[in-house]
Design a protein around this ligand. Structure first.
Ligand SMILES: Cc1cc2nc3c(=O)[nH]c(=O)nc-3n(C[C@H](O)[C@H](O)[C@H](O)COP(=O)(O)OP(=O)(O)OC[C@H]3O[C@@H](n4cnc5c(N)ncnc54)[C@H](O)[C@@H]3O)c2cc1C
Length: 278
């Protein structure tokens, strides 16, 4: 299938991109790795594509005031190879190789992945597990949205129609920071059947600030708060029993299988969080 006809404009500045988004049915084009597929299948028929690939200053990765900021146009491959991310955001470093295949990671952007908000994608779950935030720019200026408030529903975010996601921020991993990551997919590079991104803090003999963010089990990435509390007490069996996820059947697996796999992943990730403690 071919896409429905659309106009194309390359934005020369962030302000111009925001202004162009004011046109009827306009849509941003970043890496195109999700958008072009939806156009080709006519799941989406925008009248105008606003290409932001040439915008300067949106693809840097740096540490500032205890946080790691990643520009929206950072390509997946750039994040995968970043020393700053490897050192200060190890959960994201662990997740990157699971996103599609090398060709997709060469073009796809972190901003595109977060804005697209696929419920089976790795990065929204990482952002949630790390208690990160999103920076957006629109006609009224910039604002910051916490990951907790950003993912609203199936492919739905808190971004207003004329807003551009400009960066994501996560706290830099400090002393005692622990992360865990695991996913099950039919083939490496496929979207996950179920995945789990986690962060915690080593606290004496136990863990504190445990955050378990599952993906592939609902309309958005979701935290398993009861299991977090049990894991903080060091009780892995109780954490698995406390999982209260409500996945739906999908093309990959039934809800029952997904629930079972969520428990399997929790045991693996708990092992990572606790092992790193010693
Ligand atoms: C075969 C295949 C396998 C894949 N497997 C995975 C996988 O396992 N895990 C995974 O997470 N992803 C996977 N992807 C998707 C990939 O990660 C995409 O790169 C990502 O989802 C979208 O990023 P993009 O830059 O390509 O965005 P685009 O496709 O250009 O845009 C996606 C959507 O986000 C909007 N958008 C883009 N940038 C911004 C911005 N800065 N501000 C506001 N809105 C914006 C666009 O308007 C569009 O609606 C796969 C893709 C393919 C083709």
């Amino acid at each position: 299938m071919k896409p429905a006809p659309f106009a194309y404009k390359k934005a020369r500045s962030l302000d111009e991109a925001i202004a162009l988004l004011g046109e009827k049915d306009a849509r941003l084009l970043a890496g195109g790795q999700s958008l072009i597929a939806t156009l080709n299948m006519r799941l989406s028929t925008p009248s105008l594509l606003v290409d932001i690939n040439g915008l300067h200053g949106l693809n840097s990765i740096f540490e500032k005031d205890g946080a790691i900021e990643i520009g929206a146009l950072t390509r997946h491959v750039q994040a995968e190879r970043s020393d700053v991310i490897a050192k200060h955001a190890p959960l994201i470093a662990q997740a990157m190789p699971y996103i599609g295949h090398p060709a997709i990671r060469t073009r796809g952007t972190l901003g595109g992945s977060i804005a697209f908000a696929d419920p089976a994608a790795e990065l929204p779950a990482c952002l949630l597990a790390l208690d990160g935030e999103v920076e957006a720019a629109g006609p009224k200026g910039k604002r910051t949205i916490s990951a907790n408030d950003f993912f609203k529903g199936l492919f739905e975010t808190a971004l207003a129609p004329q807003e551009v996601l400009t960066a994501i921020r996560v706290p830099a991993a400090g002393k005692g920071a622990r992360v865990g990551f695991a996913e099950l997919a039919r083939r490496h590079g496929d979207y996950a059947i179920v995945g789990l991104a986690a962060s915690a803090r080593a606290d004496g003999k136990g863990l504190s600030d445990v955050r378990l963010a599952y993906y592939g089990v609902g309309n958005t990435a979701v935290r398993a708060k009861k299991a977090e509390a049990a894991l903080a007490r060091g009780d892995i069996d109780a954490a698995v029993n406390a999982l209260d996820l409500e996945p739906h059947d999908d093309v990959q697996a039934t809800a029952k299988v997904k629930k079972h796999l969520a428990g399997v992943l929790l045991r693996r990730v708990a092992g990572q969080l606790l092992e790193a403690r010693s």
